[in-house]
Design a protein around this ligand. Structure first.
Ligand SMILES: NC(=O)c1ccc[n+]([C@@H]2O[C@H](COP(=O)([O-])OP(=O)(O)OC[C@H]3O[C@@H](n4cnc5c(N)ncnc54)[C@H](OP(=O)(O)O)[C@@H]3O)[C@@H](O)[C@H]2O)c1
Length: 286
């Protein structure tokens, strides 16, 4: 049985390579010619599509293991790409199972409390509202068709090519640790491993938080990365100063604080994390 990865970027390509190495037929769907060529360069079949246009070769999805890793559209509160994608699955052969990559942002601000999958989502930022909308659309489709679905709520991804190098180099400030929100992380290679195991043995209809289980203040994350890369730590400012100095995107992250539990990931999916905290993950991020 083949594998299709919709949104086959950094994470998708790593998943695809693992299947390719096992001799499984795998196709990656991307938007740009450049990304399609990158996939072909590593002997992965590439399909070039634009999820914003309703022209999807859905016939290729029949009985495939389907990973949906594409990001939502940049604006609004609706996951229009997922909506269109699902609309086109109608009257076509069903995939065998879908793994949908969502975000832990769907929980919104939890005032630093521990959060497991039983906590009702309460997204604040539009990007998280779009993700929750995507989850709900996939869930409704799964219930209607009987096709298996697993949802992964992923924390901040770090790893090779995914460190905030430019931010640190540009000397942008960060709020003092005492005022900083608690953030959560997952190494990209642990996410790749989790996605594959979720496809294999994730229970249909279930949601799993994907994080290393070692939450800490956001400021400490940037300081750790700076120290690791030998760059200056970000200058410290107050939360009040941050309102004037930081981007709306960063301010929206500063408004959300939570400690994400990975108990279900470890106990029920039986994931053994290779990088259970940043101390172990950062050396494997260059
Ligand atoms: N960064 C985080 O901390 C974090 C946390 C939770 C979830 N996520 C999500 O995790 C997912 C995987 O991350 P990643 O690092 O692998 O992302 P990535 O490298 O940016 O890959 C995204 C892929 O989606 C494709 N894509 C984007 N827009 C598309 C469109 N309109 N039509 C068709 N394809 C489109 C891209 O194709 P092209 O390259 O051709 O544009 C690319 O292949 C993303 O959805 C991301 O939002 C990230």
């Amino acid at each position: 049985m083949g594998v299709t990865i919709v949104g086959c970027g950094d994470i998708g390509t790593r998943v695809a390579l693992a299947y390719r190495d096992e001799g499984v037929d795998v196709a990656g769907w991307v938007r740009t010619q450049q990304s399609a060529e990158k996939l072909r360069d590593v002997a992965i079949e590439a399909v070039q599509i634009d999820l914003d246009r309703p022209v999807i070769p859905a016939s290729e999805i029949g009985s495939q293991r389907l990973y949906y890793f594409a990001p939502p559209p940049p604006q609004g509160q609706q996951e229009s790409r997922v909506a269109q994608f699902i609309a086109q699955l109608k009257n076509r052969p069903l995939p065998q199972k879908v793994v949908y990559l969502s975000t832990s942002g769907v929980y919104g601000d939890c005032r630093g409390e521990w959060v497991d999958e039983s906590r009702p989502p309460a997204p604040m930022a539009d990007r998280a509202k779009r993700r929750l909308d995507g989850e709900q659309r996939w869930r409704a489709w799964s219930e209607q068709t009987g096709c298996a679905l697993v949802i992964l709520r992923v924390a901040g991804i770090y790893g090779p090519g995914k460190l905030p190098v430019e931010r640190l180099r540009s000397g942008q400030p960060m709020v003092a640790e005492a005022e900083a929100p608690i953030t959560n992380h997952i190494h990209s290679l642990d996410l790749v491993k989790t996605a594959r195991i979720a496809m294999q043995r994730g229970v249909s209809g279930e949601v799993y938080n994907v994080c290393d289980g070692a939450p800490e203040p956001m400021t400490r994350y940037f300081n750790r990365v700076a120290d690791f890369l030998g760059l200056p730590r970000p200058p410290v400012i107050s939360l009040e100063e941050a309102q004037q100095q930081l981007s709306p995107g960063m301010l929206s992250y500063l408004r959300e604080s939570r400690r994400l539990s990975n108990r279900k990931l470890l106990d029920e999916l039986e994931i053994e994390l290779d990088y259970p905290d940043l101390q172990q993950g950062l050396p494997a991020s260059v």
